[in-house]
Design a protein around this ligand. Structure first.
Ligand SMILES: [Zn+2]
Ligand SMILES: [Zn+2]
Length: 238
């Protein structure tokens, strides 16, 4: 195995590590040769991910040797043997996803599909990266902030009065534009599950900005999707 240290390549992100874990699991824990088709394919995908723009121009960036090295690191975490070179990201992703092979595959498939949709320029600053990593977080935010989606949700709730579906906040005393400023659309279905389909009303919850932040934060900290009932329990019991 060629050395991959010392080239100044950026640390592996969640997205990248999830993709490597998926390959490792799909190969049943066998690490193939760095000349194999599987490693070449993953290397090409990683080099096309919509960030690390400068680093991706270096020939060593996520090259087959680097991918092979990462798979060996993941095998080290999986077997608990020879943990010297394992990164904290490797450990974290393994702890969260090591036993969730089918889910990892679903997420990896959605990340690969999402790379083309996100594009180079359009990954916004992401304050809270969802467990699925940056590409799917960017697409989730894009779905939620889509003005048509927001309008569809607000129009649906207008007659009954806007109310947060987690904390029940409602401010009928305020003018409607001010009420609308309080509320945001939250998409309830992980992109890896929903796929790239048109957002339906049933996919959405109307949340106050505070609860929206909370449900995303809880999803990040628990490393799994938090539903409205669970979020409500957090708010009610403190
Ligand atoms: Zn709320
Ligand atoms: Zn949301």
């Amino acid at each position: 195995m060629a050395r991959t240290h010392g080239h100044g390549n950026p640390n592996w992100t969640r997205d990248e590590t999830i993709l490597a874990l998926d390959l490792f699991q799909q190969l049943d824990g066998n690490v193939p040769s760095t000349k194999s088709k599987e490693i070449k394919e993953l290397s090409d995908i990683l080099r096309s991910l919509p960030y690390h723009a400068e680093a991706a121009k270096q020939p060593t960036f996520r090259n087959p040797d680097g991918v092979g090295f990462k798979l060996m690191n993941i095998r080290q975490v999986a077997t608990g043997k020879g943990l010297g070179n394992v990164s904290s990201m490797d450990r974290q992703i393994w702890a969260e996803y090591g036993a969730r092979k089918d889910e990892v595959h679903q997420i990896a498939t959605a990340i690969k599909a999402g790379i083309a949709t996100v594009g180079w320029e359009q990954i916004p600053d992401i304050e809270q990266e969802l467990p699925e990593g940056r590409v799917l977080t960017a697409l989730h935010m894009r779905r939620e902030r889509n003005p048509k989606v927001r309008k569809m949700l607000l129009d649906n709730r207008r007659a009954a009065g806007f109310r947060c579906e987690i904390c029940d906040l409602t401010r009928p005393d305020l003018d409607e534009p001010l009420q609308e400023a309080i509320f945001e659309a939250h998409h309830l279905v992980p992109l890896a599950e929903a796929g790239e389909r048109k957002t339906k009303l049933a996919d959405l919850a109307l949340l106050c900005a505070c609860c929206h932040r909370l449900i995303h934060r809880a999803t990040v900290s628990k490393a799994r999707w938090i539903g409205l009932n669970e979020a409500r329990a957090i708010v009610v019991t403190g």
